[in-house]
Design a protein around this ligand. Structure first.
Ligand code: TRP
Length: 326
């Protein structure tokens, strides 16, 4: 049995944070042995919410370095940019005929973005976001897509498009499945449910020890625990949620100390910072390796783009054949 295929992707927004690791990368790294993996840098998708492309290239390189630093293996799995494999645009065009405007308007992820970003007039490409995403996945015949729950509606659209194509022209595409990332997302340092660059509440994978410490100092905790001695409630404490992920061995002790009041927030935060830094240390080392060898990083990208393009060309040949385009 050949391995099943995964297509995983992210929009390049720059250096990644620990929320990306917990919500996606950790899972991608685990899955790369079990599946044949393809990793996409969705640089065209950036345009759906920002037309400023000045930082897109640098952000793509920064993101790629973080991927490598976290243990994605470029020998096993090609990594490539959407904009450098033209077939993404071509398949997007064909797929855009296989779904209605009405269906796309019902996409809850789009509705959330319109609300969160205060978008007054939706551009055509933004409405078509999941169509391009479908082309990303199906160009490589992805059987599975590791995603967070916000992306599930997109994968549902991908399944519908795959079905529609197969019924109309003959079987070419798998109906991709969403592989949900188990660990729920990490909250931001300000207590916001989402850690996000635009909210400025992140710990970057590239943050050095001192930075992690100073960021944690400002992290919100149980507001009723003002000073050491006050009993706290770890269930509503952000720092406790980080301990759960990065310091599982001490979790019982910390919970007890917090509830009794014996453990003060400052000590608890510094302990947490040191555990996070311990986790980040090998990532930062590997990051430095690649940062000082940018040519190697570019070679990895070019090699990934060659390998990705080969598969994309094959798929498009099949598509043209089935569509009898000659
Ligand atoms: N929409 C994804 C996100 O915002 C990024 C993405 C683009 C993607 N194309 C993809 C994810 C293909 C998985 C597969 O996170």
């Amino acid at each position: 049995m050949p391995k099943k295929r995964i297509l995983s992707g992210m929009r390049p927004t720059g250096k990644l944070h620990i929320g990306h690791y917990v919500g996606a990368l950790e899972n991608w790294v685990k899955l790369q042995d079990e599946y044949e993996s393809f990793h996409l840098i969705a640089d065209y998708h950036v345009l759906t919410t920002s037309l400023d492309t000045n930082d897109v290239y640098q952000n793509s390189i920064d993101m790629l370095i973080d991927w490598l630093a976290c243990g994605l293996d470029p020998v096993k799995s090609p990594m490539f940019r959407q904009s450098k494999i033209k077939q993404h645009a071509e398949l997007n065009l064909i797929f855009s005929m296989l779904i209605t405007v009405n269906r796309l308007e019902r996409n809850p992820t789009l509705k959330d973005q319109i609300r969160d970003l205060n978008i007054e007039h939706v551009i055509y490409g933004h409405l078509g976001y999941p169509v391009l995403q479908t082309a990303d996945i199906l160009l490589y015949k992805g059987d599975a897509v590791p995603v967070g729950d916000d992306q599930v509606p997109h994968i549902e659209i991908s399944r519908e498009i795959a079905r529609r194509f197969n019924n109309q022209y003959g079987n070419v595409f798998p109906e991709p499945e969403a592989l949900l990332t188990k660990f729920s997302r990490l909250s931001g340092l300000d207590g916001n449910a989402k850690m996000s660059k635009s909210l400025n509440n992140t710990i970057l994978l590239s943050d050095e020890v001192e930075i992690v410490k100073s960021k944690l100092k400002k992290a919100v905790t149980d507001p009723n625990k003002v000073r050491k001695g006050d009993p706290g409630n770890p269930d509503i404490c952000l720092v406790f949620s980080y301990h759960k992920k990065f310091n599982p061995d001490e979790i019982d002790e910390i919970e007890k100390g917090c509830r009794s009041g014996e453990l003060g927030c400052f000590d608890c935060k510094m302990n947490c910072a040191s555990k996070i830094s311990k986790f980040l240390a090998p990532i930062i080392d590997k990051r430095k390796y690649y940062e000082s060898r940018i040519d190697e990083v570019k070679d990895i990208l070019h090699d990934g783009e060659l390998r990705g393009r080969k598969v994309a060309e094959q798929t498009m040949n099949e598509v043209h054949e089935k569509m009898k385009l000659g």
